[in-house]
Design a protein around this ligand. Structure first.
Ligand SMILES: NC(=O)c1ccc[n+]([C@@H]2O[C@H](COP(=O)([O-])OP(=O)(O)OC[C@H]3O[C@@H](n4cnc5c(N)ncnc54)[C@H](OP(=O)(O)O)[C@@H]3O)[C@@H](O)[C@H]2O)c1
Length: 348
């Protein structure tokens, strides 16, 4: 089979994997089965915790008679772990798959070992790089599991920090009003991000100022079915009439200012992706503690001149010490712009 067929299969597996949710305990994974000539036999992806893994989905979508002797091209190393579904390593072997090529290793010590076990059973196993796939294509596949892999390796959730600011970096006007700085398109985008995380965190300051419901809503304004956990952080009480107390979906008050402990608690509850929506005090504390992995900065073409800045003093006295981020995407959302950025590996 040509290197080109493998590379194309990995690209397709990546596109399929991206259809899966980022939230939940499991990574986004895609799998494409190829016959000896590089023709696709079947494909599948993981649709979220409790559903079939990508390999099982691809096997189920294939003609069993053609699977014997086939090659599986997968975005992640096959798991070798019995959770809510049986191990993919055994399923691939039982179906007669003869060769396995995967893009990224499994960082979860409970699930890893698929490569070694399959190789010990005589299956030809390699990474996509070892199989000659160019780094750009391997990188796109590995990108799918970046946040999940980092969370699993560090045993704490991947943290996104969100700000919606004026062009001069204010999240609220002098009188504290902040709804709405950005327009409808940016806010709708914000809801898609909410729907793709396990938990949304705000401080008591934001709760008391804005009374946000913190629900994730679809394009038509109705709440999505799987709501993230809504979390209020801080020692002050959550008023009885607060919107966050209303449904849909669960909510939680963590009466602490210890963000690391709060993230540990959320990890134990199964959260792998957490969105800190503010306000500036809580986001600043998370940044100072080096706990923010990704920033989503919505910028609206309005000037306020006064009002709260997006983050408070971070103790940076000179430009050289500024926290530099790697820009990942730029989106035009109506009149507004969204810049997403990632913390540079090993930085701050
Ligand atoms: N445009 C935007 O993107 C955006 C987003 C959110 C908020 N806002 C605006 O921001 C303003 C509220 O700002 P804020 O900074 O007061 O809100 P905040 O960060 O949501 O809340 C601050 C409060 O959280 C508690 N807290 C929890 N963890 C803490 C920690 N590690 N360190 C310090 N305090 C901690 C403290 O209250 P306790 O005494 O209760 O512990 C603190 O006073 C409002 O005007 C709101 O509209 C704007």
């Amino acid at each position: 089979m040509s290197d080109d067929a493998i590379a194309r299969a990995l690209e397709r597996a990546t596109l399929l994997a991206a259809r899966g949710p980022q939230r939940g305990g499991n990574p986004r994974v895609g799998c494409v089965l190829l016959d000896d000539t590089g023709q696709e036999i079947g494909a599948g992806w993981h649709r979220g915790a409790g559903t079939a893994h990508a390999e099982a989905a691809a096997l189920a979508a294939s003609d069993p008679a053609r699977v014997a002797g086939s090659t599986a091209v997968i975005t992640l190393e096959p798991c070798h772990h019995t959770g809510r579904t049986p191990p993919c390593s055994r399923a691939l072997l039982a179906a007669g798959v003869r060769r396995v090529i995967y893009a990224a290793g499994d960082p979860d010590p409970r699930a890893a070992g698929g490569r070694a076990w399959l190789a010990a059973q005589g299956v030809d196993v390699s990474t996509a790089r070892e199989a000659g796939v160019v780094p750009e294509i391997v990188g796109l596949a590995a990108e799918l599991t970046r946040s999940w892999s980092a969370a699993v390796r560090r045993r704490r959730p991947w943290v996104l920090g969100k700000t919606a600011t004026s062009l001069d970096g204010r999240v609220a006007a002098a009188d504290g009003t902040s709804m709405w700085i950005t327009g409808a398109a940016a806010r709708a985008h914000g809801h898609t991000v909410r729907a793709d995380v396990d938990a949304i965190v705000v401080g008591t300051g934001t709760l008391l100022a804005d009374d946000p419901a913190l629900t994730a809503r679809g394009a038509d304004g109705t709440p999505v079915v799987d709501q993230p956990l809504r979390v209020v952080l801080g020692r002050r009480a959550v008023p009885e009439a607060a919107a966050v107390r209303q449904g849909p979906g669960p909510w939680l008050h963590l009466a602490t200012q210890d963000i690391a402990a709060a993230l540990d608690h959320l990890w134990e509850r199964g959260a792998r992706r957490v969105l800190i929506e503010g306000g500036p005090t809580v986001l600043g504390a998370a940044l100072r503690a080096g706990l923010v992995d990704e920033l989503h900065s919505y910028l609206a073409p309005v000037l306020l001149g006064a009002g709260q800045p997006a983050v408070p003093d971070l103790g940076i006295g000179t430009l050289r010490d500024g926290l530099r981020w790697q820009r990942t995407e730029t989106y035009h959302l109506g009149e507004d712009i969204l810049i997403t950025a990632r913390r540079l590996e090993g930085a701050h």
